[in-house]
Every structure is written in C-alpha cells, then in structure tokens.
Design a protein around this ligand. Structure first.
Ligand code: HEM
Length: 414
C-alpha cells in the first residue's frame, strides 16, 4: 500500500488527524482512499468548490442502500422512513423546497431572542454540576445543554430533555449504523426508540396546533409559503433532523472548546478576563477543532477536482477539518489563536445550498455557555488526558473529565 494510504480511523489518526491531512494536502490533495472507497478532498479551495457543486449529490441514502446485500437492505428500510424527508440528504428541487419552508423558523431575530432563556438553561445546569461535585464535563454540561435547548425550542417541556438526549443517540445509531456484536440488538432498540420519538412529535405538534406559542414548531406551522406548506410527516422529519443535527455537534463544540482552551491557558484566561473575546474564541474552535470532520457526497457526473478526474458513481469526502487547517488559507494553521486577524471564513458549518441551518443557534449557545462555564469553574483544567472517539465524521471526545478550584467532592463522579 502506498505510504499515503492510511486508515482514517487508526489510533494515530483518531488522536490527531491533522498530520496525515497535511501530508495529503501537500502530496496528493485529491487522494483515492481504497479502504473507504472514496476520494479524500483535502484543500480549502477544492472543499469550498465541492460544497457548491451540484454534481456532488447529498442524496447519500439510496446509493448506500444499493451497495448493501438484499437481506441487510430490508433490515435498513425502516430507517428510510425516518430519514427520507431530511433535507440534509436530498438534492434540488426537493431540498430547495424543504429548506425554504424551514428558513423562516431559523430567522436571525428569532434565534437571537432565544439567547434570553439559553442563559438560564446554562445557569441551571452549572448549579447542578457544581452541587454534584462531578468532573464529567460531557454528561454534566456539554451533553444536556443542547438537548434542553432543542426541547424548549420545539415547545416541549424542559423536563423531557432526557427523552430528547436518548432519541438523539438512537437517531445517530440508526443513521450511522452500530458496530460490534450487539449491532442487531442495538439497531432494533434504536429503531423502536425512533418510532417512540415520532409518536411523541406527532403529539407535540397536535398540542402546538391547538395552542400555538413562541416555539419553533408554531413558527413552522404559522408561516407556510403562499401555496405550499410542510406536510405533517415532513414536519416530524424536520424536528427529528433538528435534534440529530443540532445536539451532538453542539456538545462537541463545547467539549472541543474546553480541550483547546485548557491546552492554551493564557487564551483561556484572556476570555475569562474579557468575555467579549468569546466570539473570536468560538470561531477559532470551529476552525481548529470543528465538530464535523468530513461530509460525504456522491458524484453524479464525471468531473475534475484539482486536476484529478473523478468518474460519476464514485464517492467523495469533503474534509472540512483539513480545509480549515490549509496553510494556503490560514497562516500558521496548526496554531490555536483566538485573536486571528481577519481570518478567512472556516468551513465548519459547510457552505452552499446545505450550509448549516443552525449555525447561528450553535454560535449563540457556545457564546453564552463558555463565559459562564469559565466564570463558574475557576482554574478549569482537564483531569485526564483527552481520548477522542474513533469516528469518521465527528470530532468528538470519548469522555472529558475536568477539575477546577474549590470543587465540592474530591472523588471522581460520573
Ligand atoms: C457546532 C455545531 C454545528 C456544526 C459544526 C454543524 C455543521 C453542519 C454542517 C457541516 C452542515 C452541512 C451538511 C452538508 O452539507 O451535508 C450542517 C447542516 C445542517 N445543520 Fe448543522 N451544525 C451544527 C449545529 C446545528 C444546530 C444547532 C442545528 C439546529 C438546531 C443544525 C441544523 C442543521 C440542519 C437542519 C442542516 C441541514 C441543512 C441543509 O441540508 O440545507 N446544525 N450542519
């Protein structure tokens, strides 16, 4: 195997993918990965162009299903019911329609207004975290925070956040498939969890239809296009997509921010002293250690990227985390620096027709949460070295234990 053929999921790449990606950008920026059976597109300009190229299709489900044996295909079919109306896996014109019907509910003004209660959610979680003496940053803070925000945003009681957390895990399991011996069992349980979520969302929408409020579901129902509206199934699908797309990604953003800031204590201290630096800090975390490593596209017409011919029917991975470390675009790209002068726009939220619909919400959540976390946890530091999850698409910690001055219980909890 050529020296440039490395396993994206091996231990070294899991711990630190950036060395290999830098090697690829220099020596083979459009690289065929025989293990993944996919082209790895690693340079910033090529990734940006790829994100807006209609010949790279987002419909990732049907081609994948064609590759699996028939028996397995039957097993996977219920998943289609859950995901087939997700805009993120559709192309124009279906995508254009779904996106334009959802856009209104994500309008800047609405999202900014949510900041008023997001702060309260963070305060409550921090109070519980401090009182418990827990060191478990993921389960105590970073994981429940976006689940609570999404529950409230959709008009559900905050107390149902535990349900939303479980369903988000189950959606991930259904969407990505589970590995290991327990795969079938976990997959079956996850599918029944997803069915439970759908029933819950139907009830929630019934309730919102009877008593509309300030929530996002009310906004989605109240603002149809002049001659079109989301069907009930599409509305349920959109709510589940919001949960799937907005939960783990935001958890990762908070964790990755904590990892990067504790590794750069002088920058952590600068944000603590001057919370107005948080916007730059959030953008730099998104660039330096973005929550999504890559996105998958299928090539629908022969095309050329970076001088390499790619035939129709092949698969391309657009490596966001490589583009964001491209030296040609970001000088001294491997340095974490929250004060970068005039940085080029990173691609952590994608680009083009599918650019993240929740980007502003994710930014607001992190901009509110980080200064509060730094204020509440003086001397914040990692209690253990970071362990990253061996995941193809998520840059996620496996677990993250922290310590801070004056913690209530000395023993590790969680
Ligand atoms: C830091 C957190 C987040 C990151 C890094 C992130 C990243 C992304 C990326 C890269 C895409 C493009 C996918 C593609 O091109 O195939 C995307 C799409 C999307 N994201 Fe996010 N996301 C985040 C948070 C959120 C949140 C909080 C929500 C909603 C509450 C959300 C909802 C969506 C939706 C609905 C799409 C599909 C848009 C479309 O297909 O037109 N995301 N996100």
């Amino acid at each position: 195997m050529a020296p440039l053929d490395r396993d994206l999921l091996d231990a070294e790449n899991t711990a630190d993918p950036y060395g290999y990606l830098s090697q690829l950008r220099v020596s083979d920026p459009v690289h065929w990965d025989p293990r993944q059976k996919a082209w790895l597109i690693t340079k910033y300009d090529d990734v940006v162009a790829g994100l807006s190229d209609p010949r790279l299709s987002s419909d990732r489900i049907k081609p994948l299903l064609e590759l699996v044996p028939e028996r397995r295909r039957a097993e996977l079919t219920p998943m289609l019911g859950v995901m087939s109306d997700w805009m993120v896996v559709s192309d124009a014109p279906a995508h254009t329609r779904l996106r334009s019907l959802a856009n209104g509910a994500f309008r800047a003004q609405r999202i900014v207004k949510m900041g008023e209660w997001i702060g309260e959610i963070v305060d409550n979680l921090l109070d519980e975290f401090l009182a418990s003496g827990s060191t478990d940053f993921v389960n105590g803070l970073a994981y429940p925070m976006p689940a609570t925000v999404i529950a409230k945003m959709l008009g559900a009681p905050e107390a149902d956040k535990d349900l939303f957390q479980r369903w988000s895990d189950e959606l991930a399991l259904v969407a990505f498939g589970a590995g290991g011996e327990a795969r079938n069992d976990r997959h079956t349980r996850a599918l029944s969890g997803v069915a439970e979520m759908q029933a819950y969302l139907h009830d929630l929408i019934d309730k919102v239809e009877r008593e509309p409020g300030e929530d996002m579901v009310s906004a989605l129902i109240a603002n149809p296009a002049p001659d079109d509206r989301l069907s009930r199934d599409e509305l349920v699908a959109l709510c589940s997509l919001i949960l799937f797309a907005g939960h783990e990604t935001t958890t990762n953003l908070l964790c990755n921010a904590t990892v990067a800031l504790t590794a750069n204590p002088e920058q952590l201290q600068a944000v603590r002293n001057d919370p107005s630096l948080v916007n730059g800090a959030v953008e730099e975390v998104l660039r330096y250690e973005g929550p999504i490593k890559l996105i998958v596209r299928w090539v629908t017409e022969d095309l050329e990227i970076g001088g390499v011919r790619i035939p129709a029917g092949d698969r391309a991975y657009l490596l966001l985390n490589s583009a964001n470390r491209d030296e040609g675009t970001f000088p001294d790209a491997d340095r974490f620096d929250i004060t970068r002068a005039d940085p080029a726009p990173h691609v952590a939220f994608g680009r083009g027709a599918h650019a993240c619909l929740g980007a502003q919400l994710a930014r607001i959540e992190a901009r509110i949460a980080l200064p509060k976390i730094l204020q509440a946890l003086p001397g914040l530091r990692l209690a253990d070295p970071v362990a990253w999850k061996p995941s193809l698409s998520s840059r996620a910690v496996d677990r993250l234990h922290v310590d801070y001055d004056g913690r209530a219980t000395p023993a590790k909890v969680g």
